[in-house]
Design a protein around this ligand. Structure first.
Ligand code: SF4
Length: 366
């Protein structure tokens, strides 16, 4: 049962109408919006999972030129597929695509099925990707919920509470399902994603130009918070924000984790190695220093893979996660527990709340 009421029929109609009108005037023209080929949709969705649109665009074209069908991808050697994927990060993604292609060839004649249960039976296709394929490729009335869409729906229809809580996430899926129209499903879901990417952005939502401003439960709240931050309390609030950098270090199918020691904030929880940046330090320099101090190893600090902010009762943390490659063997120099943890085990460990979404992404739960 949904913990909160769903939007009523009038609210659903207003939301759809406002969203589609806005999309008609402002939607982005992207190559995967000019196709209904399920394979092309799948490729774009997997590429977009952790990478910005402008970096995906050239790779999307290159990939489809090289592997124009699921059959072509299935018969390519894994090393070739890995190479083609670079420099996009998260190397598990090309392997997932490759495995999906092989399964589609072996079991479904080289085509992606259109029904939800069969799509979800593929390793690497979660609820979001299944919804995207069903709505974008097959025109089915299927909902989607990724980070951007969840943020929009939370702000418009919920407004208060922990947006990351499991119950809230479940409720937002129900909201998305209630909202998705019978017609123009493709446009509606694309519009939701664009609104989250272009207007209702994480840090500074553009409420004044938002088509939802008359409906939204949090309209103006962000602007008020910013104005309050610009006044006399600004300095004391700023002092309480801790900027932290952390390393996502992957070897095979395992990630290097350390455990927070007794007596510190969030003691006993697992985390990606890293720490606070010092005044004047760049993120890369801070992370390289932390890895030397904590693990006695030099590292190449690579691309930013995820960033988030989280408020604890006693402090707010801005976290920036970078992909890193170690240039030696790590040793836990501070007496902390250290482990290489399999991807499939990640969700069984305790992590700080701020890491939850990254753990879901790395676990392949979209
Ligand atoms: S009014 Fe502001 S908070 Fe609400 S959906 Fe629009 S941009 Fe997001």
């Amino acid at each position: 049962m949904s913990p909160r009421p769903l939007p009523d029929a009038a609210a659903r109609r207003r939301f759809r109408r406002a969203l589609l009108a806005w999309y008609g005037a402002n939607g982005r023209d992207l190559p995967w919006r000019r196709t209904s080929d399920p394979y092309h949709i799948l490729v774009s969705e997997v590429m977009l999972q952790q990478t910005q649109v402008d970096r995906v665009l050239p790779k999307y074209h290159e990939w489809l030129e090289k592997y124009p069908s699921l059959g072509a991808l299935a018969s390519a050697p894994e090393s070739d597929v890995d190479r083609t994927w670079r420099p996009l990060g998260y190397n598990i993604r090309p392997r997932r695509l490759h495995a999906i292609a092989r399964e589609a060839v072996e079991r479904y004649g080289g085509r992606l099925p259109s029904d939800e249960a069969t799509l979800l039976s593929f390793k690497g296709i979660g609820a979001y990707t299944a919804g995207a394929i069903r709505s974008f490729a097959f025109g089915q009335r299927a909902a989607i919920l990724d980070t951007n869409v969840a943020r929009v729906l939370f702000r418009v229809f919920v407004g208060r509470g922990d947006a990351r809580a499991h119950a809230t996430r479940k409720h937002l899926w129900a909201v998305s399902e209630a909202l998705v129209p019978r017609k123009r499903v493709f446009d509606f879901n694309q519009a939701l994603m664009d609104l989250g990417a272009m207007v209702c952005v994480a840090r500074t939502p553009r409420c004044l130009v938002c088509p939802m401003k008359n409906l939204c439960r949090t309209y103006g709240r962000h602007a008020r918070a910013r104005r309050a931050g610009a006044g006399g309390v600004r300095r004391s609030r700023r002092r309480r924000v801790r900027v932290v950098v952390a390393a996502v270090i992957e070897k095979g199918d395992r990630f290097l984790l350390t455990r927070r020691q007794p007596g510190v904030h969030l003691a006993g929880l697992w985390e990606f190695p890293g720490g606070k940046i010092h005044s004047g330090e760049s993120h890369g320099a801070a992370l390289a220093r932390e890895l030397r101090e904590e693990l006695g190893v030099n590292a190449d600090v690579g691309e930013l893979v995820y960033e988030t902010t989280h408020s604890y009762p006693d402090l707010a943390v801005a976290l920036h996660f970078y992909r890193c490659r170690l240039l030696g063997r790590p040793r836990p120099l501070l007496g902390q527990e250290m482990r290489w943890v399999r991807r499939a085990e990640l969700r069984s460990l305790g992590f700080p709340p701020a890491d939850t979404e990254l753990i879901d992404r790395l676990s392949g739960i979209d």
